[in-house]
Design a protein around this ligand. Structure first.
Ligand code: PMP
Length: 427
């Protein structure tokens, strides 16, 4: 079986909208540390970690051992109708880490399900189906979360019953407030929020949801303090604030454990997924206890909170703490940011991000026109040189760099060298 055969079968039986990277998509069959091997035996340094999922890297014995220990009990899962010790323990840990007072946790299987839960809770709590989201956002693929996703490339259906209004703040580079200073930008976004609330809603909005750094939207990070200023407005209206930490959680941004902490504000709820499981399907929500408890009917996720995912996630949290991976994300991230900024390539319009969540927006030299062609060529060039990176942004012209948080300084230099060389090659 060659990859071409597999690709043909994939296309025949899987949806046309299930996107694949690369002219010749790869099948990864083996992985170790920060390197993956495809079915032809080629090795790649992984600077995308399965969209920030394999945050600890591959074949991490402490995580595999914890999962294996659970498998050895003979139980992959029974039901969340019974007590699961590891679920209680992980919930206690995440509640404490969240900084949200009197927090409770609900586990799901994905980020989508986590955000969908957050929307259900917030709309029930406030008895309103009006929601604010950021322009260019991505929050998942369920009927409700796709309805609040601002990035049109991922907003597959406009028929969702959630009533959404979009506000500025998530994507600065191409916003009308681009030329403003940080303080002026924050003021402009707050004024926009007030304007949207006053002229575009009936005021009794349930919640505002935001990614502290937009992920799918192109790793765009607003100035620190934006969300504190926005929450002050939300508080005046009694509107809940949900931080979507699916990409920014668990120390990846380096400076903080949660992306929202850069804004010196405590949200009413945070959603999480991806990196917590290091490849295992897990997601969840941590929120004010009164908000979580506002549902009066039963609501259960069959697999959310299963002991295999709980064992893996607890081992991931240990691994982050034991190896100070938040500090590593900051150090390696700064090396990459510095190197990319120093590259001085005319295709680079913007280098941004925090820690190991770095976006490089490619433009037509001398201007700001999005350069999708250059991004597509960069994907192929980096692959040919043995590096996996991601692509995203509203126009598909942003390179997304998000290696495992265990990245070494040598690997950072190696990946940076490949990116800089590839940029030079396509210029
Ligand atoms: N929120 C954000 C910020 C995301 O990046 C994603 C996934 N890319 C999701 C939610 C949805 O998560 P999942 O794909 O696990 O459903």
């Amino acid at each position: 079986m060659t990859d071409a055969d597999l690709l043909a079968r994939h296309k025949a039986v899987l949806p046309s909208w299930l996107a694949l990277y690369y002219d010749e998509p790869i099948e990864i069959v083996h992985a170790q540390d920060r390197r993956v091997i495809d079915s032809t035996g080629r090795t790649y340094l992984d600077f995308f970690a399965g969209i920030l999922t394999n945050s600890m890297g591959y074949d991490v014995s402490a995580i595999s051992d914890a999962v294996r220990k659970q498998l050895d009990t003979g139980i992959l899962h029974t039901s969340t109708l019974y007590l699961i010790r590891s679920q209680v323990e992980l919930a206690e840990r995440i509640a404490k880490l969240s900084g949200i007072p009197d927090a409770k946790v609900f586990f799901t299987n994905s980020g989508t399900e986590a955000n969908d839960t957050a929307l259900m809770l917030a709309t029930q709590y406030r008895r309103s189906n009006q929601v604010l989201a950021m322009r260019n956002s991505y929050h998942g693929r369920s009927f409700a979360t796709v309805g609040i996703t601002g990035n049109r490339g991922w907003s597959a259906s406009s028929l969702s019953p959630v009533k959404v209004s979009y506000v500025h703040g998530g994507y600065r580079y191409r916003s009308p407030f681009r030329e403003l200073s940080d303080t002026e930008y924050i003021d402009a976004c707050v004024a926009d929020l007030v304007d949207v609330l006053e002229t575009g809603t009936s005021g009794d909005v349930a919640c505002m949801i935001a990614e502290p750094i937009q992920g799918v939207g192109g790793f765009s990070s607003p100035p620190d303090g934006l969300f504190k200023a926005m929450k002050e407005v939300l508080d005046q209206y009694g509107i809940l604030f949900i931080s979507d930490e699916v990409q920014t959680g668990w120390g990846r941004t380096g400076e903080h454990y949660w992306g929202i902490q850069a804004h010196d504000v405590v949200p009413d709820a945070m959603t999480f997924a991806k990196g917590l499981g290091n490849g295992l399907a897990i997601g969840g929500l941590v929120a004010r206890g009164d908000l979580v408890d506002c549902l009066t009917a039963n609501s259960i996720s069959t697999f959310g909170g299963n002991p295999v995912a709980m064992a893996g996630a607890a081992a991931v949290l240990d691994h982050i703490a034991d190896h100070d991976l938040q500090a590593n994300a900051l150090a390696r991230g700064n090396e990459l940011l510095d190197g990319l900024r120093a590259a001085g390539n005319p295709l680079i319009g913007d280098v941004r991000g925090k820690g190991l969540m770095i976006g490089v927006e490619l433009v037509e030299p001398g201007g700001m026109t999005p350069n999708q062609g250059a991004a597509a060529r960069m994907m192929e060039e980096t692959k040919a040189r043995g590096l996996l990176i991601g692509k995203g942004g509203l126009h598909g012209n942003v390179l997304r760099i998000a290696p495992p948080m265990t990245l070494t300084a040598e690997e950072a230099a190696e990946g940076l060298g490949i990116i800089v060389d590839a940029l030079a090659a396509i210029s």
